[in-house]
Ligand binder design. Structure first.
Ligand SMILES: CC(C)(COP(=O)(O)OP(=O)(O)OC[C@H]1O[C@@H](n2cnc3c(N)ncnc32)[C@H](O)[C@@H]1OP(=O)(O)O)[C@@H](O)C(=O)NCCC(=O)NCCS
Length: 199
């Protein structure tokens, strides 16, 4: 685990130093972003910032949600399924959903690249922008939520997990209890109920 983290840190440091450091950032966000990327040794040691969500994040969250579904889930779900899943949340419903429980976001050079949400013992959402995938961002987001659950005395976490996220949740220690079908806007999507005891 530590080896993987160090590998990612070194990979991220080399991205940050390179002149094309912003190339892998979410295109639709970075093209509008006029804020300077953070630099210096501390930024290299903390390539991502995980922090509680605030109301100023909501505009970017829906973009991350939709891009994660449309791009990262393309191998597991067809276009009709991805459209139905993506449309299942509007700006308003996302605000409402995130208003209870614990919501955390990941920032990379001041750009929001992921978010995760927990209600009590239920991991409700984990979404990472496809341009920032496989860098350990979902791992850090999830760990923050698991820490919060442990501090609240939870003894187990549960989730309904997309086919796309099954490998990630398995990596985080969840086990599945068989596949089931969920409906979004009249379209059926396969998913896994999963759980993880917090010992
Ligand atoms: C699932 C998702 C959140 C993972 O985010 P991520 O930041 O890329 O995940 P991490 O980099 O932290 O992955 C950690 C480990 O999980 C596992 N993992 C992550 N994505 C995986 C995938 N697509 N297939 C298999 N294993 C995967 C790997 O073991 C990975 O370690 P590695 O990169 O060293 O091999 C992201 O792909 C996503 O947003 N998907 C689309 C939306 C979605 O399905 N969300 C979940 C709804 S329930």
């Amino acid at each position: 685990m530590i080896g993987k983290w160090l590998h990612r840190l070194l990979r991220r440091c080399s991205h940050s130093i390179a002149p094309t450091a912003t190339a892998a950032r979410p295109a639709e966000v970075s093209s509008q972003d006029t804020r300077a990327p953070s630099d210096g040794p501390l930024a290299l040691l903390q390539p991502f910032q995980i922090r509680p969500m605030n109301s100023g994040d909501l505009g970017e969250l829906l973009g991350v949600f939709r891009q994660a579904i449309q791009v990262s889930a393309a191998a597991q779900y067809n276009q009709q399924q991805r459209d139905a899943w993506s449309r299942a949340q509007s700006h308003e419903s996302l605000i409402s959903a995130l208003s209870e429980g614990e919501a955390v976001v990941a920032e990379w050079d001041n750009v929001l690249v992921g978010f995760a949400h927990r209600i009590n013992d239920y991991i409700n959402m984990v979404f990472v922008h496809p341009n920032a995938g496989r860098e350990g961002i979902a791992t850090l987001l999830y760990q923050r939520l698991e820490d919060g659950a442990r501090m609240e005395g939870m003894t187990e976490l549960t989730a309904h997990v997309s086919l796309t996220a099954h490998g990630f949740f398995h990596f985080m220690g969840f086990t599945s209890e068989g596949q089931e079908e969920a409906e979004r806007n009249g379209v059926s999507l396969a998913r896994y109920p999963m759980r993880k005891p917090l010992i």
